[in-house]
Design a protein around this ligand. Structure first.
Ligand SMILES: Nc1ncnc2c1ncn2[C@@H]1O[C@H](COP(=O)(O)OP(=O)(O)OP(=O)(O)O)[C@@H](O)[C@H]1O
Ligand SMILES: [Mg+2]
Length: 252
């Protein structure tokens, strides 16, 4: 298996002095779900935001290290950030559909990118809604307002919107934190399909979800990467005491 992403000695300090990432080095595999887990404030969201340069928008005092995606250092000031964000799509904890129809939500980004052919747009709508496991629920109402969907459906629609842009990496920051167990199950089922085509990095909303979904798992504590291993091993036989304590619910 190949690494899609290689993170080398990544450190980041916010303007208030918080050292949110301390010398993180890890490889992230292609066609797999890599889970970043650990207690609040560990740096999981910060790391995700580095991967598509969303931290450019926050007050970062200092950062160092490299993030190579397909061998290119995406922290290089010269890189095309718009192209990077297309390649590395992100789904957030709270779904934010655009105030338009289900279909328009999906094709909006493609149209902005210049795609006008109806057949291409129709294909993208069907493919991305199928991959995000919401097609059956919306296929007969594609012209209804997206806002009329349930929270769980909206979240899968937002995932479809990201997929439609044909990213290579999909970042998900607690995408099921506001969802009921059935919608959560559907998003987790979608992960199995997604990883066949994409590199997925997920911050799960619970240890149980981490254990269910992780091909590879990384445990973060106060900005440090404590342990990184195969998901099965991590959640059955962790090597570090801190990891074990967290998984066993002794803190966090
Ligand atoms: N924009 C910001 N400005 C200043 N400090 C920040 C900012 N964002 C995060 N931090 C700090 O960086 C540290 C890591 O935060 P981060 O949000 O990455 O953690 P997390 O692991 O995602 O936590 P959670 O599980 O609560 O989402 C925390 O101490 C947090 O207070
Ligand atoms: Mg977070």
């Amino acid at each position: 298996m190949t690494n899609k992403i290689t993170i080398e000695s990544l450190s980041l300090q916010y303007s208030d002095g918080t050292e949110s990432l301390r010398g993180i080095s890890m490889g992230i595999r292609q066609n797999a779900v890599t889970v970043l887990f650990g207690p609040a404030g560990g740096g999981k969201s910060t790391l995700l935001r580095c991967l598509n340069r969303l931290n450019d928008l926050t007050e970062v005092k200092a950062s160092s290290g490299k993030i190579l995606i397909d061998g290119e250092n995406i922290l290089d000031p010269q890189i095309d950030v718009i192209a990077l964000r297309r390649k590395v799509g992100m789904v957030f904890a709270r779904p934010v559909p655009l105030p338009m129809s289900i279909r328009e939500n999906i094709i909006y980004g493609l149209e902005l990118a210049g795609e006008k052919r109806k057949s291409k747009l129709d294909d993208a709508v069907e493919r991305s809604l199928k991959l995000s496991a919401v097609w059956d629920e919306v296929k007969d109402r594609l012209n209804d307002p997206a806002i009329a969907l349930s929270g769980g459906q909206q979240q899968r629609l937002c995932l479809a919107r990201v997929i439609a842009l044909q990213p290579e990496v999909i970042l998900m920051d607690e995408p099921t934190s506001g969802l009921d167990p059935i919608s959560t199950g559907k998003v987790e089922a979608a992960l199995l399909e997604l990883k066949k085509e994409y590199t997925v990095i997920l911050v799960p909303h619970s240890i149980q979800q981490a254990a269910r979904t992780a091909d590879h798992a990384a445990f973060f504590l106060q900005g440090e990467l404590i342990e990184y291993d195969d998901g099965k091993k991590m959640f059955t036989t962790p090597k570090q005491k801190k990891t074990e304590d967290y998984i066993m619910g002794r803190f966090g």
